[in-house]
Design a binder for this molecule. Structure first.
Ligand SMILES: [Zn+2]
Length: 418
């Protein structure tokens, strides 16, 4: 660990959560910190997710939550493809910007390539009929993947991926690109390029990509708050803290709405419940790791529960809490109509949110494996004009916190109904 980094971690560890005065300021400061460049997008480069885990555990401790089985952490590991170093693409000597003009496919391999672009034909991609003899040293394949849909698009995408074992591939798209995390790596670099910066007369290309497929150690962060009455029955409140990390050393994904904001809601509820704990239920606060890589932290906890899963009366999973101008959606509401009715009635009474929209089960966040294992759960996300999702613009500054205080109040009252 470089000395500067050690100093930084110490700084975060010894700055108390309560050094800021009002609750809403504290929560915002906490969110801003999670989104800062020092947390590297809470992913797989420069220990970003680990720095976040330490910071969240320290905050749990400051609030007065207890460790569980003497620890704030549950450790596990998984394989992940990461982008710690160079991330450069130039076409006809035009230098393109990572995260704006181009992206490394999450599974992209490494390498330095300088040579000619070769535009692929539909035949070559769709029927996978590339004449390898045409490939010279430094050739980079390019395919304009625009105007296709359904099964045709599916087959084109599958074959593009197959071509990455032959030469570097650039896929040109004209839609928004949402970055993600992969657990495997292609042999050659695989880049995605925005159509607006491409034309098919371009010929010279230079690619420099450093990617590393590694086994990554991650930690779920756990804080415990006992009920007023001694009991084994528990309510689980969760939000994933990991995000996409860095795509090269100069570009990071701050993950403001997804999901620094969910951790902020977790913290705000922790503060409220610590002041006045639930009568009949312990509360387990969990900040999950590895969500973006495939719900891996919550899956691990379901497979390695801290206590029997049937002691969990209800789980409330929070993801994308930063807006709310258009209300919230409640995933699993159709499975648990009684609890959903409580939420709607309380919302009416408190006049908190403009809309509580029901939605059926979906495998779109950390409630999923708990639901599959029989734990009653809601997954709640806010809706509003902030559409930044898995892009470099999902920053702290874009968060309106419009419904934050009302939603926090509503969820507190909802939890006291159990
Ligand atoms: Zn996400």
């Amino acid at each position: 660990m470089p000395k500067a980094l050690a100093g930084l971690i110490t700084f975060f560890l010894f700055t108390s959560y309560f050094s800021v005065f009002s609750q809403s300021e504290r929560v915002k400061e906490f969110t801003k910190t999670l989104c800062s460049p020092e947390f590297h997008g809470r992913g797989y480069v420069s220990s970003g997710d680990s720095i976040a885990a330490e910071y969240i555990a320290r905050t749990f401790n400051d609030i007065g939550l207890q460790p569980y089985n003497e620890s704030f952490f549950q450790s596990f590991s998984f394989s992940v493809n990461s982008f710690p170093g160079r991330m450069a693409l130039s076409l006809d000597s035009k230098i393109l910007k990572p995260g704006i003009h181009f992206w490394a496919d999450p599974s992209s391999g490494s390498g330095l390539f300088e040579g000619q672009l070769m535009n692929l034909s539909f035949e070559e991609v769709y029927h996978f009929k590339l004449d390898r003899v045409k490939l010279k040293q430094g050739t980079v394949l390019v395919w304009r993947n625009v105007g296709y849909k359904g099964d045709t698009l599916k087959r084109l995408n599958e074959n593009l991926l197959r071509l990455t074992s032959t030469a570097p591939v650039i896929e040109v798209i004209d839609s928004k690109y949402s970055w993600s995390v992969a657990q495997e790596s292609t042999e050659y670099p695989f880049l995605i390029l925005q159509d607006s910066v491409f034309n098919n007369s371009m010929s010279r290309v230079k690619i420099e990509i450093d990617s590393r497929l590694k086994t990554h150690k991650a930690r779920n962060v756990i804080g415990f708050l006992p009920a007023k009455r001694k009991t084994l029955k528990t309510i689980l409140l969760s939000a994933h803290y990991d995000h996409l990390g860095r795509m090269g050393s100069d570009t990071y994904y701050p993950g403001g709405n997804d999901n620094a904001s969910g951790n902020a809601m977790l913290i705000s509820l922790a503060e409220k419940l610590k002041k006045n704990p639930l009568k009949k239920y312990n509360v387990l606060f969990v900040a999950f790791a590895g969500e973006e890589a495939g719900l891996l932290g919550s899956k691990y906890m379901v497979e390695h529960p801290l206590s029997p899963l049937n002691e969990i009366r209800f789980m409330l999973n929070l993801d994308i809490m930063g807006s709310g101008e258009e209300g919230i959606t409640v995933v699993n509401s159709t499975l648990f109509p009684k609890e959903f009715k409580w939420l709607q009635k309380l919302n009416k009474k408190l006049k908190a949110l403009p809309l509580i929209k029901p939605r059926g089960p979906a495998a779109n966040s950390d409630h999923y494996f708990f639901t599959e294992a029989g734990v009653p759960a809601f997954f709640i996300y806010t809706m509003g004009p902030n559409k930044h999702y898995h892009d470099v613009f999902d920053t702290y500054d874009e968060l309106s916190f419009q419904a934050f205080d009302d939603l926090s109040k509503l969820l507190e009252v909802f939890l006291r109904k159990f």
